[in-house]
Design a protein around this ligand. Structure first.
Ligand SMILES: [Zn+2]
Ligand SMILES: [Zn+2]
Length: 214
């Protein structure tokens, strides 16, 4: 197992533990202007296509859906509007997914253009596969340092602002633990809930070196 693979799995676990995803909040990430473009595009295409179709039905030109609605221009317009709506909906869904991936990748500090391109390449019938792959392996959101509240990446081991240990480990077995754990889930060692998770005596151990001046 390579280190980057282990790191990727750690980030996935980290994100699962921390992020409570609500669909409504996720929808807000889709850019407003993109939604408006889709709505306006839908209205314009109906406003252009339906009158032309209506005119052609009455004057026996080419019209949709030919040729069984020769004397029913209103019904033909309704059918055309339905087909346009369905087409615009499918296209909008794809655009919204791309817009979401771009914005979400950006706020997670990932490469937004690369990820949007990847999901776009998997578009068509596979667009949801692209989206699911993205949702599974995306990085966790940056979060506030528990000590100084500076924004830190989930990849950091220590806070660059205050040197706080962002990956507390059990002083007994060195497994990574959550800051809220009272006992180590791996070896049952008792963990002190107070700030220094590592007693000063073991602070010089290779993985958990930590100094506090408070
Ligand atoms: Zn900090
Ligand atoms: Zn332990």
């Amino acid at each position: 197992m390579s280190n980057s693979w282990n790191e990727r799995l750690r980030l996935i676990r980290f994100r699962r533990k921390r992020e409570r995803i609500r669909f409504r909040d996720e929808l807000r990430i889709i850019p407003r202007w993109l939604i408006w473009i889709c709505v306006i595009g839908w209205l314009i295409s109906i406003a252009i296509a339906c009158p032309i179709n209506y005119y052609n039905v009455q004057h026996h030109g080419d019209y949709f859906p030919a040729p069984d609605m020769a004397n029913q221009p209103l019904l033909a317009s309704l059918a055309l509007a339905g087909v346009i709506t369905a087409g615009v909906l499918v296209l909008s869904c794809l655009l919204f997914i791309l817009g979401y991936v771009y914005r979400d990748a950006k706020r997670r500090g990932m490469n937004p253009a690369l990820w949007t391109l990847l999901v776009l390449l998997l578009s068509g019938p596979y667009v949801f596969i692209g989206l699911i792959v993205y949702l599974l392996i995306r990085d966790p959101l940056p979060y506030a340092c528990p000590q100084c509240h500076a924004t830190v990446s989930a990849r950091f081991n220590f806070c660059p602002n205050c040197k706080c240990n962002l990956r507390p480990a059990c002083p007994h077995c060195q497994h990574e633990i959550a800051d809220t754990d009272k006992f180590c889930p791996y070896c049952a060692a008792e963990l002190t809930p107070s700030k220094p998770q590592i007693p000063p005596a073991t602070a010089d151990s290779a993985t958990n070196g930590e100094e506090r001046k408070s």
